[in-house]
Design a binder for this molecule. Structure first.
Ligand code: SAH
Length: 489
């Protein structure tokens, strides 16, 4: 079972730097014992132009079987021959991934004290695995590696070279080449994707596997087009773990997407105010409309769901009628900025006891959101993919169930009035959709119907006779009977 990693050098960057990056000296052959056998690291070639490190895993089939079975049951392992005579010693697989992470753990984390600047740089890489079990064949191998920046050669290995008519085995000879990746990224791709292709994990999947997957997948897995398949296969299709990982991946993806967006929010607000004829920016008019509706509802304890950088929270804090204000957002970065804006660290105790900020996704029910008087979703729904909207609906109207819910969203009909907006464009790069007034009303009425609320619509901004207002707001109030039920519950 083996794998080689090669790089080429330039006059100012000798290829043998690979030794520093891997923390393994090119002139030494080293052996490391693992619980499955021995891992060897050696360099078949090492000069300034080319350097190749090989990782060779000598698997102890007997130890492997003993580890997996033989516990309990009087210690007598099942003697079925298949357990000893299998492809484990020959095929690169999840064992190789485990060995990689053990033997090259610093390199995988991108740590290199001797050449710190080199560890952070992409380098020309060629990785070869002569026999890789690949369920899904060369086609899946390409789908997994190509989106990550690898040029992929995956050739099926014939079952038996003497009898080509027998067809191909489930192995491929894999060659990966790239000069856009760092060594750490390359190792983390292998660490996750080798077991995914092998699709037969050799050890029990424990819940810390989710952590391992997320750590190794940082920076590439959330946006990988096959992240579902990767996650479920990596976790051996254990549904509850897969779900946990998917949820956490989604949080990461949203938070990252949002990181770029957060900076844009203020700019967008400015752009909106510039495009506006009136002196009051639309964002301010929106907050005024929300404030008025909240006051009219008599709410004291308010949730600001998708609070962003906390402008509304700040506004609400100024009014003592709001006794508790909770800002929730999926983006840690937005919450950090909100905390700074509110000067949470310098706030008096009384004031501080009125405000809370925490991270959460509206796509999941959350008990922390129960028991409030009102919830605001200001310019949030359009940031979710349409298929996720029913989940948000349930989390807010089905599970949290505040008496009053305010939802604002752009009115797409008004977009023709924005001078700076080319026809057919949404207002913000991260808007997944923008609705007409009819579309928004149809959605809101259906939601109200399903969850026992009544709903009214309020225009925000100048109400244009043809295309309506720039922002539309729905004001949901829980129906009286439901309110009694909610109190009783
Ligand atoms: N409410 C603020 C911010 C709107 S921008 C305002 O009116 O100005 C949309 C916000 O929704 C962003 O801060 C984004 O991080 C947040 N968001 C997007 N998807 C989310 C989700 N699934 N759960 C919680 N917040 C989400």
């Amino acid at each position: 079972m083996f794998l080689t990693i090669s790089t080429t050098g330039t006059p100012d960057r000798p290829a043998t730097d690979l030794g520093f990056l891997l923390h393994k000296h090119p002139e030494k052959a080293q052996a490391f014992s693992t619980s499955y056998g021995t891992a060897h690291v050696l360099y078949p070639e090492a000069d300034a132009e080319r350097c190749t490190a090989a990782l060779l895993l000598e698997v102890d089939a007997v130890a492997l079987v003993r580890r997996g079975k033989g516990k309990g049951r009087g210690g007598a392992p099942d003697a079925a021959l298949a357990q000893y005579v299998n492809d484990r010693p020959y095929a690169a697989s999840s064992l190789l991934a485990v060995a990689l992470s053990g033997v090259f753990s610093s390199a995988m984390r991108g740590v290199c004290n001797a050449r710190p600047e080199r560890a952070a740089q992409p380098l020309p890489l060629r990785i070869e695995i002569p026999a890789l079990p690949a369920r899904g064949g060369p086609e899946l191998v390409r789908r997994l590696f190509e989106p990550l920046g690898w040029a992929v050669t995956a050739e099926p290995v014939p079952l038996d070279v003497r009898f080509p008519e027998w067809g191909d085995s489930r192995y491929v000879r894999l060659v990966l080449a790239s000069d856009t990746l760092t060594l750490a990224e390359a190792l983390r791709h292998l660490y996750v994707l080798l077991p995914v292709l092998d699709d037969a994990k050799h050890y029990w999947v424990a819940s810390d596997e989710v952590d391992k997957l997320l750590r190794a997948g940082e920076g590439w897995l959330p946006d990988h087009p096959e992240h579902k398949l990767i996650t479920s296969r990596y976790l051996s299709r254990r549904w509850s773990l897969t779900r946990e990982a998917m949820e956490r991946l989604e949080l990461v993806r949203l938070a990252e997407a949002d990181d770029s967006e957060v900076e844009e929010i203020d700019n967008a607000v400015e752009a909106e105010s510039e495009a506006e004829e009136k002196p009051t920016p639309l964002a301010v008019q929106r907050r005024d409309a929300i404030l008025a509706a909240l006051r009219a509802s008599g709410a004291g304890r308010v949730l600001d769901l998708g609070c962003g950088q906390g402008q509304l929270v700040q506004t609400l804090l100024k009014d003592p009628a709001f006794t508790e204000i909770v800002g929730v957002d999926v983006s840690m970065r937005a919450l950090t900025i909100a905390g700074r804006r509110l000067k949470l660290d310098r706030m008096g105790e009384r004031q501080a006891s009125r405000v809370k900020l925490f991270q959460g996704s509206l796509a999941y029910t959350d008990n922390r959101l129960k028991g409030y008087d009102a919830a605001v979703l200001s310019e949030v729904i359009e940031h979710l993919d349409l298929p996720r909207l029913p989940a948000l609906e349930y989390a807010v109207f089905g599970s949290a169930r505040p008496r009053t819910v305010l939802v604002t969203t752009p009115n797409v009909e008004y977009n023709v009035r924005w001078e700076s907006l080319p026809a057919g464009h949404v207002r913000h790069g991260d808007h997944r959709f923008e609705w007409t007034r009819d579309e928004f009303r149809a959605w809101a009425r259906a939601v109200a119907e399903r969850h026992g609320y009544e709903v009214e619509f309020v225009p925000v901004g100048p109400d244009d006779p043809q295309v309506g207002p720039p922002t539309q707001m729905a004001v949901f109030g829980m129906k009286v009977n439901d309110e009694k039920e909610a109190k009783a519950a």
